[in-house]
Each structure stands twice: as C-alpha cells, then as structure tokens.
Design a protein around this ligand. Sequence first.
Ligand code: FE2
Length: 318
Amino acid sequence: MKQNRDILRHHHLTLNVGVAQEDYDFHTKVLGLKSVKKTALYDGDEPILHLYYGNGNGDPSTLITCFPMRQSGRKARRGTGQIGAVAVSVLPTSIPFWKGWLQKHGFAAKETERFGEKLLAFAHPCGIPYEIVGAATDARTPYSNGAVPTEHGIRGTHGITVSVRDLECSDEFMHYGWNGQARREEREFVRFEVGKGGSGTIVDFKVEPNVPQGSWQYGEGVPHHCAFEVDTLDVQKHTKAHLEGLGYTDVSDVKDRGYFDSVYVRTPGGALFEATVSKPTGFLIDEPFEKLGHAMQIPPVFANRKDELIAHLERVHD
Ligand SMILES: [Fe+2]
C-alpha cells in the first residue's frame, strides 16, 4: 500500500469550550494569542460563535479556534475515541516563566516530561487538558500581546493527544493515510510526526483501554477536531481519493469555511481530522489586517440572518 505524503503540519486545532468571554480572556490574556477572527460556525441551523486565535497573521499551525457552547447548554464527555489534550509550543527556557504566569492567573500547572520535552500540564477553564511544551527547535514567530514578553510567546500548536482504547487501526491510518513519520513509543504514548516533523506536526496517541468513549458532537468541554495543512486544492483532492482508496470512505466533500477549504475524515481511532487549504486572501477576506479579530464577521451562509445572529450570540470584549 502506498503512503500519502500530502499532510504537512497542523493548520488549526478546534475546541468546544464554555463561556465565550472566559475563553477569549484565557487565549488572549493568559496565553497571549491574538484574536484573528470572530465569526460563527458554518454548519447547522443553530448559530454558534466561532473565535479564532493565533499569531499576528493567523498563520497555519498557530491557530486555535473555539466554539463557546455554554449558551446552547450542550455539554460533552471527555473520553477515548477523541482528542484528549492539546499542546502549544514555547522555547524550553520559557517554561519557568509560564509556570509562574499561569499560577499568577489562577492555573495550577504540573511540570512533567514526554518524549524528552519538558511540559506544563494544566486545564482550560472549561476543563480541556492543555499543555505548554518547551520545544528546542521552532522557527515560528510568536505574537506579543504586550503582557507576555515576545521571547516567551507561544510559537504555535505543538501537538494533540488522541485517546484510544487500542492502537492498531490508528497506527495503520497514520502510516498509510496521514503521512505519519518518526513513530516512537514511551509508556502508554505513541508519537507520530507528520510532514517534516517537529513542533506543530505532532500526533500522540494515548492508549487507555478502560476509558469509555468520549463525545463527537458539539458540546462544552472537549476538543472537536484537528486540521492539518495541505498545499493546494488539487493535493486536497488527492488526499481524499487516497483515503477513499484505502477504504476510509467517510471522507467529507470539500467544505468552504470562508478562510480556507476543508475536507474531514473520521479516523479509525475516533478523532476527527481535517485536511485544509488556506484561501489566498485568508483572514483578510472580510476585514483589513489592522482590524483583524475585532468585529463580528457573519458567515455568508447566515447572511440573511445577520441581525438575529448579532442579537443572539454572546459578545466578547478586549
Ligand atoms: Fe476546522
């Protein structure tokens, strides 16, 4: 069987969180990321807010995007068959700063180590396990919000940890379907890096045979999916055909997400992955660079319900 070399690195990580303002303050004030878009979920009939955070330009592999779910009352269960934890990257020398900074903001962080990297494990206010990892080589430029010094700034996404009850089918999927390289094992973890590897390309699997299945639906308290960058729409088409050829036939059609085009695949381990191509205009399609992430941008699919959405959706302030 042929492998697929199309998957390059993370594009964005998407989380189902709780209260919008709480999430906004956590990502912009505590983690020091930039708000790069305020919009709404494109799927379904029920308007759900969608907040994007990242570096200055909102570059692929720096993006965390969040659906605040408290307003809808929809809750989710963490468990296997789902992404369990998300990690962002800083320089290894920044770990002491982040331990103190998190403590100052009321987050108790446990210092630990995995695959030779020091990390701080804590929880997002909605409970999602979050990690700040010291990554020795990371060329991505951090954004500074003025409070977190630039040298300590978050470089981008580091990895995800997918919780699975057993590994074999995920192993096959990563090897043949998702450009999984550099397979390594440590305790109950198996690590793959996609594309060129390094921070921003990591998929860890944590084998937890006795943990019940977690939620797949939109609901507060679990990650929803991990998106990975592919180069062009033609490459994305090849990714879909390749996965279908392997037998993973539940690959979605291309969905226009306004700022990028996406195809989704439910992986055999249960987590939802996405292969994503940024549009040439990216986040500047509906607002200028200087105003990125300030005003609400109504998705085209909800254009005829603009007033209703503005009135209904939670508002966040800086
Ligand atoms: Fe996505």
